[in-house]
Design a binder for this molecule. Structure first.
Ligand SMILES: Cc1ncc(COP(=O)(O)O)c(C=O)c1O
Length: 280
């Protein structure tokens, strides 16, 4: 929020993916630059928006693992577009930091494109089990933010204990890559089981959306799963588009095969018992 509120200025254009997190939208809304939304599945809209004459600077803003869809943007294409249109690419690695890449730096590292991203935002509240966020970018950008970002200046600094926890978490991320391998393996197991059950689970990442259509059904199945010991949040409009309510499973490295299979068995039973199978 602080980055997008502070960096883009009047006369600039900020381009946000339609599913970018609320904090990114709030930042762009509060800032003084114009902003437009693009849909990552529409290959031409972003290009058309970038090609428009007028803006002083153009910013492309995307998440790396989309928090409600479990998919990733075509990062190589975004890099190519930002180069062609002399834009600044901002990547929010909230759901990828710690989870992807040889040292856990995220999607850009996994794709070998880290040097091509202008500014990386890494919220610390997911895999790193802390709070707050890191903004990484050119020195001049960081200095500017330190001096101009109100949300950074007019708030108490994080306490030392919190910083120590973040450093300890980063140490684990960098030195225990087997956790990432387990996460990938668990994701594959869950996605494989869901596919066998004929459930629609788009994306391929460790956030696994199970599309159910109606909000009522998503809430009911989420409650039934909780009764059986599985906490899987129901995600409804307006967080996701109408008609695409879903369960959102967040896979963890520490999940066991039994837990994953148990969840799938419970889901299978609920769907069958409620006569939902035909419509899923
Ligand atoms: C993509 C993305 N960016 C930023 C945030 C904000 O993180 P925080 O709530 O830790 O400020 C979130 C939180 O869910 C997120 O999913």
């Amino acid at each position: 929020e602080a980055l997008l509120r502070t960096l883009p200025e009047r006369g600039d254009l900020v381009l946000l993916d339609r599913m970018d997190h609320a904090s990114l939208i709030d930042g762009a809304t509060a800032g003084s630059a114009r902003f437009r939304r693009y849909d990552r599945s529409d290959r031409s809209r972003l290009e058309r928006l970038l090609a428009r004459e007028g803006p002083r600077r153009r910013y492309i803003v995307t998440e790396s693992v989309f928090s409600m869809d479990g998919d990733t943007p075509d990062l190589a294409r975004l890099v190519e577009l930002k180069r062609r249109h002399d834009a600044i690419l901002i990547l929010d690695e909230a759901h990828a930091i710690g989870c992807l890449g040889p040292t856990g730096a995220g999607l850009a590292e996994a794709a070998g494109l880290l040097d091509e991203i202008d500014i990386v935002v890494a919220p610390l509240g997911k895999a790193l089990a802390a709070s707050g966020a890191i903004v990484a970018g050119p020195r001049v950008v960081i200095d500017y933010l330190v001096n101009r970002a109100r949300a950074f200046i007019y708030t108490t600094a994080p306490p030392p204990a919190h910083c120590a926890a973040v450093l300890a978490a980063m140490d684990i991320v960098q030195t225990e890559p087997e956790r990432r391998h387990r996460l990938a393996r668990n994701t594959e197991r869950l996605r494989g089981r869901l596919a066998e059950m004929g459930l629609s689970a788009p994306g391929r990442m460790h956030i696994v959306p199970i599309l159910l259509g109606s909000a009522d059904r998503a809430v009911k199945i989420s409650r039934d799963l909780l009764d059986r010991g599985y906490f899987v949040a129901a995600i409804r409009p307006p967080t996701v588009p109408p008609g695409t309510a879903r369960l959102r499973v967040s896979v963890q490295a520490d999940h066991t095969d039994d837990q994953i299979d148990g969840l799938c068995d419970a889901l299978h039973k609920i769907v069958r018992e409620e006569g939902c199978a035909g419509s899923l």
